[in-house]
Design a protein around this ligand. Structure first.
Ligand code: HEC
Length: 392
């Protein structure tokens, strides 16, 4: 692979795709596989095929059955999960979005994630961590209503529903990895709020395109500005059939398929680390990445957890990765996948480690930002090295 000068990229939902970098030609055959286009929402046109490489083999499951319910959830939670999954459309990877909820699997956040994989030029092996989290996709009609006489408060609520609720939830309690906005007026003034929605931040897009009146109406609603909420909103009617900004459907939110006792709703593994030989396209090894302490205490074998941030591979034969929800940094034997070391971090390291050499000594640094997946936040960076005396 290294000699071949090929490039590889991992994909959020399925396989790796290997492409020769001089020619752009795929290393392994890619087939256009027919997909479901039935039951698309009226007005949606779906492409009839998807490109699926014959190799490398997928490094995550790609479909689920109604039997794949988390076996470790409490009985009452399991019953609820079973009822839910029976009511969803499942069993294929590319199910058209519709009003009957469907499971998005392996999920909005991977398969592979933004941490990226690590590549070992010595062996041609690619190391990639992956998530297996099912999310619920549900669409609903966004009925156009001609503007009525509105106050800022009411307009703000409507504009919030159209622009913000998909991430922050209609109840403002947050969805998926997006934070709650309840009592946000304790944290933001009018000015800092407007700056925030004009600029966006990290995973939050900017909303500078909204009119000042719209931003002020949203601010009055979210920041609970009682006096502002009474102001009269001057609406401009649109034609929903021709206005390119009008969306006939809305998505109900980024909802994870979770059990009521806080675990992923499906059978494990929920997070893995995978080694793929890019010369042959074969999976060399796969191990769960991360654990839930409570399940471990019950004797449940490692389930893996959702993970964000990638691995690094060293010439010394190790793969280092944090990424898991359980706030550990781990090292694996790069040939066998056997875990050889772990260390408790002050908060999860949702980041890719940085490796550098200083005066002949190798250091590995991880940013322990935490915060995601309901975990503790931190501003610590940890650096690891072998004792100075041990160096050759
Ligand atoms: C695509 C998803 C998405 C949409 C749509 C979205 N947000 Fe956000 N929002 C986020 C995320 C993710 C964060 C956390 C950003 C970070 O990590 O700094 C956030 C943060 C915020 C915060 C700061 C929360 C805090 O505790 O500091 C506010 C306020 C906010 N959003 C308001 C809005 C408003 C108002 C809208 C609609 C105009 C909106 N958001 C639309 C994803 C979204």
């Amino acid at each position: 692979m290294a000699k071949d000068r090929s490039r590889s990229t991992t994909h959020q939902t399925w396989n790796g795709i290997c492409i020769r970098r001089e020619s752009g030609k795929p290393v392994f055959e890619i087939n256009e596989v027919p997909q479901d286009t039935l039951n698309a929402l009226a007005g949606d046109q779906l492409w009839p095929t998807q490109p699926i490489p014959v190799k490398p083999a997928p490094f995550v499951r790609q479909t689920l059955t109604t039997k794949d319910i988390n076996p470790y959830a409490a009985d009452s939670a399991k019953k609820k999960l079973q009822e839910q999954i029976n009511s969803y459309r499942i069993g294929k990877m590319f199910i058209p979005p519709g009003k009957q909820p469907s499971l998005i699997f392996p999920g909005y956040d991977g398969g592979a994630e933004w941490g990226g994989p690590a590549f070992d030029p010595e062996t041609g092996i690619l190391y990639v961590n992956a998530n297996e989290m099912a999310w619920v996709m549900e669409m609903y009609d966004n009925k156009y209503e001609a503007p009525k006489k509105e106050t800022y408060g009411l307009a703000g609520k409507r504009l919030y529903a159209n622009n913000c609720s998909v991430c922050h939830g209609m109840d403002q309690k947050g969805t998926g990895n997006n934070p709650a906005l309840v009592d946000i007026n304790k944290k933001y003034t009018y000015e800092t709020f407007i700056t925030h929605i004009n600029n966006g931040r990290r995973m939050m897009p900017a909303f500078a395109f909204l009119s000042q009146q719209d931003k002020d109406a949203i601010a009055s609603f979210i920041l609970d500005q009682k006096a502002e909420q009474k102001k009269e909103y001057k609406a401009v009617p649109i034609d929903p059939l021709t206005d390119p900004n009008y969306m006939p459907y809305k998505m109900a939110g980024y909802t994870k398929f979770m059990s009521s006792d806080g675990y992923p709703g499906i059978t494990p593994p929920w997070g893995t680390l995978n080694a793929i030989n890019l010369n042959t396209g074969d999976l060399v090894w796969k191990v769960p990445l991360g654990e839930y302490e409570a399940l471990k205490a019950k004797g449940v074998p490692p389930t893996g957890t959702e993970n964000y941030g990638g691995p690094v591979v060293t010439a010394g034969g190790l793969v280092f990765i944090a990424a898991a929800r359980d706030a550990k940094m781990r090292a694996f034997n790069k040939y066998t996948g056997k875990q050889v070391w772990e260390y408790d971090l002050p908060a999860p390291g949702f980041a890719t480690p940085a490796v550098f050499e200083l005066e002949g000594r190798m250091f590995i640094v991880i940013a322990c930002g935490g915060g995601k997946l309901g975990t503790q936040s931190s501003d610590k960076y940890l650096a690891f090295a072998l004792p100075a005396a041990a160096k050759k």
